[in-house]
Design a protein. Structure first.
Lengths: 114, 119
């Protein structure tokens, strides 16, 4: 089961681009990379998912290098409301079993200041 | 109404008591999960179920049991609650079918959480 490592916390200012990197050295061939956002006392919310290269949606971009041993979540022009914990998950979404446990780490607390 | 509903939202109980947290979903998903979150920490997986007859232990299943009464219902029980089980508990569903092989993302949909305090 691929373990992920993220920075514990990051600080930013409103309007800046924020990049949060996640290491997953043991990622398996069938594993996807998924990022979630969590506000205090709420359940996490899906942000973005990717397998390789770059994925972009209306809220974020996900960059995955060719070796897939890391990934970077990019949040453009953050605002105060982006202050939250961000989790990186790695798992095989296509089959049952242990690789589908969807394990959360401790995440990265992003603090956005005015 | 929320797609994933947890009851109770808040509960205070005493050491040794049996407590059940219930989760129901209207999303029609096969896969359901129970997570626990302690203050300042990430989520830890307690149990997960891919269908009514398929229940699996997660990272921290000791002291917990579950029941998948129907596709829509997944209950978590603490047979004899202890203070270090004080935490925020989340139920979640996933949009993947039980056998996988889908183009869906496997996105997790969480309930609003159940805050449990064991005195």
């Amino acid at each position: 089961l691929a373990k992920t490592t993220q920075p514990i916390s990051m600080d930013s200012y409103e309007g800046q681009e924020v990049n949060i990197t996640c290491s997953h050295n043991n990622i398996a061939t069938n594993d996807y990379i998924t990022w979630y956002q969590q506000f205090p006392s709420q359940g996490p919310r899906f942000i973005i998912q990717g397998y390789k290269t770059k994925v972009t949606n209306e809220v974020a971009s996900l960059f995955i290098p060719a070796d897939r041993k890391s990934s970077t979540l990019s949040l453009p022009r953050v605002s105060l409301s982006d202050t939250a914990v961000y989790y990186c998950l790695v798992g095989d979404k296509n089959y049952g079993g242990a690789t589908n446990k969807l394990i959360f780490g401790t995440g990265t607390l992003l603090a956005v200041q005015p | 109404d929320a797609d994933v509903t947890q009851t109770p939202r808040n509960r205070i109980t005493k050491t040794g008591k049996r407590i059940m947290l219930e989760c129901s979903q209207t999303k029609g998903h096969d896969r359901m999960y129970w997570y626990r979150q302690d203050p300042g920490l990430g989520l830890q997986l307690i149990y997960y179920s891919f269908d009514v007859k398929d229940i699996n232990k997660g990272e921290i299943s000791d002291g917990y049991s579950v029941s998948r009464q129907a596709q829509a219902k997944f209950s978590l029980s603490l047979e004899s609650a202890i203070p270090n089980q004080t935490a925020l508990y989340f139920c979640a569903t996933s949009d993947l079918p039980r056998a996988g092989g889908s183009s869906n993302t496997g996105e997790l949909f969480f309930g609003e959480g159940s805050r449990l305090t064991v005195l």
